[in-house]
Design a protein around this ligand. Structure first.
Ligand code: ADP
Ligand code: MG
Length: 229
């Protein structure tokens, strides 16, 4: 599904240059669950943002299902992203002024779905995430774990093929963290490819494979004893 060749990312701010990624080459298969680990500042978020096409590398190549991402125009990229990729963040990134239902509906509104179809789809996904009873609540009325389940619902409501989650359990206690990981794991068993960034060994155990980054480079990889569906 994903292949990168020597991706590098150089950030230049005033007179300081930071090499956030240094020739990262990796492959991720359809249906895989991959965890990326490494110390703060080693380039994990930068890599995830590039894989999510939110950012583009300063050199190297990125192929998604054989298509070279860097050759797409901005509008092609936007529709590619909407149809394929769901994002989950550490701070949930829900819109406080919108209800749970409206937050999850938003990607479908952008895709111009019909209102009745949208409602059916949103309620179905909220139900799968075990949060349908909170549809009319606002994010601030929910616990962190519930907010993250809403964020995952928003990520999957468009039937994305790939979920990119940047420290999705970073702000959760262990009970809620495990619940979120179980949900991601269930989505993966149903066929969604998942890439998460995590600091937690507990989270990494859910992955088929763990990639360790240090100073913008892949330094090692471990494989867990789980088979890919
Ligand atoms: P991680 O997610 O592993 O903590 P990041 O990918 O956020 O690391 O950052 C990697 C390095 O790149 C860090 O040194 C960080 O300060 C730098 N960096 C990240 N984003 C930017 C940016 N937009 N401008 C300048 N430097 C950045
Ligand atoms: Mg980060």
């Amino acid at each position: 599904m994903i292949k990168t060749e020597k991706l590098s990312m150089l950030f230049t701010t005033e007179d300081v240059q930071t090499k956030a990624l240094n020739e990262v080459s990796l492959e991720i298969k359809k249906g895989e669950f991959v965890a990326i680990m490494g110390p703060s500042g080693c380039g994990k978020s930068t890599l995830l943002n590039i894989l999510g096409t939110l950012d583009s590398s300063t050199s190297g190549k990125y192929y998604f299902e054989g298509k070279e991402i860097d050759k797409m125009s901005e509008s092609q990229l936007t529709s590619f992203r909407k149809g394929n990729i769901g994002f989950v963040f550490q701070n949930f990134n829900l819109i406080d002024e919108l209800t749970v239902f409206e937050n999850v509906e938003l990607p479908l509104v952008y895709l111009n779905g019909k209102k009745a179809d949208r409602k059916k789809k949103v309620m179905e996904v909220l139900d799968r995430m075990n949060i349908a009873h909170r549809a009319g609540h606002f994010p601030q009325q929910l616990s962190g774990g519930q907010q993250q389940r809403v964020a995952i619902a928003r990520a999957v409501v468009t039937d994305c093929n790939l979920i990119l989650a940047d420290e999705p359990t970073g702000n959760l206690d262990s009970t809620n963290g495990v619940e979120v990981m179980e949900l991601l794991s269930e989505l993966n068993r149903q066929g969604t490819t998942i890439v998460i960034v995590t600091h937690s060994q507990r989270d990494a155990k859910y992955a088929h494979r763990v990639i360790h980054l240090l100073d913008g480079k892949i330094v090692s990889e471990d494989r867990n004893n789980i088979s890919i569906k």
